[in-house]
Design a protein around this ligand. Structure first.
Ligand SMILES: Cc1cc2nc3c(=O)[nH]c(=O)nc-3n(C[C@H](O)[C@H](O)[C@H](O)COP(=O)(O)OP(=O)(O)OC[C@H]3O[C@@H](n4cnc5c(N)ncnc54)[C@H](O)[C@@H]3O)c2cc1C
Length: 312
């Protein structure tokens, strides 16, 4: 019997990854498992490690593009689900909880803090990994500690200073995708007390803002590029206050199309799969958009999304 299957009886083979991402592209994973508890998550990572099989932690697949050849190893879909409220308005949440679930659960306890991320389709783990946020706030500012499973199998608790949160990134995101990364198990977040009606009002505003500005309901992976000037990673240009979507529109790149992939007409920084796009088409479109923006503005955009699996 395959030793991985022996360690993980719920293991599945050759699973189509497109169904587990918001862009709806990508090939199959050699191996696939869903972890519903932190113990299952730890067991899956350790089994991959012990059998020297590459693993990838999949949240809700809303900020990644799997290649058409899929993932050569074990994809662990994180569906851990516990939310615990403590005193001092803190919440200890499993990394697999969806942001919307956490925000609504917090609201029902009169706790406010993450409303700006309402209607964002990610998990809390994925959000902490990429320091998800908006122009108003980022999740890193609420983090008090993070429990990690290190690649050597040890479980440790780290502080936000260790996580090095910056604009749409963290220490974990900065580690190369070809290396095994620590896995976020649980997160302790600091909320603030607020009136339920005020939180509800804010959630309705955020939802209306997203419906007006973003192509919700289409196949996308959120913002493709980071905003130049908002971070620290544009040494080749003068810091710019411009947003990526305005640079894309200004350079005419929003009209580009590769096969069934095209920038959203509602928000040009969101690349969309019109239905039948391949991962290759999405990536080629992103390259073309980058090239056009560089030609017209001299600014090189860098991706916020990640490309997973083997790419030619
Ligand atoms: C319509 C739409 C709107 C969006 N709006 C926003 C927005 O306003 N702000 C914003 O910042 N983002 C936004 N996003 C992008 C995305 O939703 C967030 O970045 C989200 O937090 C990613 O979480 P995920 O669970 O989908 O991560 P995935 O896409 O599944 O994974 C992303 C990365 O995180 C890693 N990861 C996931 N979980 C863990 C874990 N437990 N431990 C270690 N690593 C982990 C993965 O391995 C991968 O490298 C949007 C996306 C869409 C489609």
């Amino acid at each position: 019997m395959n030793p991985l299957k022996k360690a993980l009886p719920a293991l599945q083979e050759n699973v189509a990854l497109r169904n587990f991402t918001t862009m709806k592209v990508g090939g199959v994973a050699d191996w696939f498992i869903e972890a519903k508890t932190v113990e299952e998550l730890v067991a899956a990572v350790r089994a991959a490690h012990n059998n020297k099989i590459p693993y990838f932690i999949l949240g809700n697949g809303s900020n990644i593009i799997f290649s058409d050849s899929g993932f050569p190893g074990l994809v662990i879909r994180n569906r851990t689900a516990s939310i615990a409220f403590t005193d001092k308005s803190q919440v200890i949440v499993d990394s697999g909880v969806l942001l919307a679930q956490l925000i609504l659960a917090a609201a029902s306890h009169n706790l406010s803090g993450l409303e700006a991320l309402f209607a964002t389709p990610g998990t809390v783990g994925g959000a902490v990994y990429g320091n998800a946020g908006t122009h108003q706030t980022a999740i890193g500012s609420l983090v008090r500690s993070v429990t990690l499973l290190r690649p050597d199998g040890k479980i440790v608790r780290v502080l936000p200073s260790w996580m090095r949160f910056k604009y749409r990134t963290s220490r974990l995101k900065e580690i190369s995708l070809s290396e095994p990364k620590p896995v976020i198990l649980t997160i302790r977040l600091q909320f603030a007390r607020a009136k339920f009606e005020d939180i509800q009002k804010r959630l309705a505003e955020v939802k209306a803002w997203r419906i007006a500005k973003q192509p919700l309901g289409e196949f996308t992976a959120g913002s493709t590029f980071r905003n130049p000037g908002a971070g620290h990673d544009f040494p080749e240009t003068e810091p710019s206050q411009q947003t990526s979507w305005s640079l894309i529109r200004q350079s005419g790149a929003h009209a580009l199309r590769v096969g069934d992939a095209t920038p959203s007409q509602k928000h040009a920084n969101f690349m969309t799969n019109r239905g039948k796009a391949t991962a290759r088409e999405i990536r080629d479109l992103i390259e073309k958009v980058k090239e056009r923006v560089r030609e017209k503005t001299g600014i090189t955009l860098t991706e916020e999304i990640e490309y997973i699996g083997h790419w030619e």
